[in-house]
Ligand binder design. Structure first.
Ligand code: IMP
Ligand code: MG
Length: 193
């Protein structure tokens, strides 16, 4: 069984089965790089990278996009500490200055409710000539089923569609842990002591 208890105190809250393997991720990221390269053929691309979650995905993705790519990082936090539920509106760090009229691609690790992307799209549209979005994972079913979600955001480029489970690894975290795992895994529920 490929399960790790990373809580340190043996109380659980570790990580479970692999949901998306490192091999599958590598294949899909290469394809996404090709799709994005074709979509922006001959044009300079300005990537607004949503940190910290997109860190690992971004590093692999940009090496599959030849040509002129500008990286503009922005820090966003959606979940407070040890939580798997968003705390309302995402908190944004300072927004990058974008070249007027540029072609923006917002890159994030995962699209869940769409609140994070909605805020960023809104900001980028004020300066950019075009704004598109790319996420490694999308929780489409969760978004469609959740009636409380009022934002209607879909990403232009999506790596994988997944279910409702909370996932970690390949940059995705729980309380800033597990970003270093090479595969994407399901977070196990905490066992009560
Ligand atoms: P949204 O604003 O609800 O779309 O949430 C997007 C943000 O929530 C992402 O950038 C992630 O940081 C975080 N998030 C949503 N689902 C997960 C998950 O399953 N694992 C880790 N982070 C998640
Ligand atoms: Mg994030």
């Amino acid at each position: 069984m490929s399960c790790m208890d990373c809580s340190g105190d043996g109380s659980g809250g570790g990580v479970g089965e692999v949901l998306v393997s490192r091999e599958a991720i590598a294949r899909r990221v290469t394809e996404l790089g090709r799709e994005i390269t074709a979509a922006y053929a001959g044009r300079e691309l300005t990537i607004v990278a949503v940190l910290t979650g997109s860190l690992v995905f971004l590093a692999d993705l940009i090496r599959n996009i030849p040509g002129r790519v500008r990286i503009c990082p922005v820090f966003v936090s959606s979940y407070p500490g040890a939580s798997t539920a968003p705390a309302g509106r995402p908190r944004l760090g300072p927004m990058p200055e974008l070249p007027a009229g540029c072609d923006v691609l917002i890159v994030d690790d995962i699209l869940d409710t769409g609140q994070t992307l909605a805020v960023l799209i809104d900001h980028c549209r004020r300066q950019a000539g075009s704004v598109r979005t790319c996420v490694l994972l999308s929780k489409t079913r969760h978004r469609k089923q959740n009636r409380k979600i009022s934002v209607a955001v879909e990403a232009d480029f999506v790596g994988f569609d997944i279910g409702e489970e909370f996932v970690v690894g390949y940059g995705l975290d729980y309380d800033n842990l597990y970003r270093n795992l090479p595969d994407i895994r399901v977070l196990l529920p905490r066992r009560n002591a």
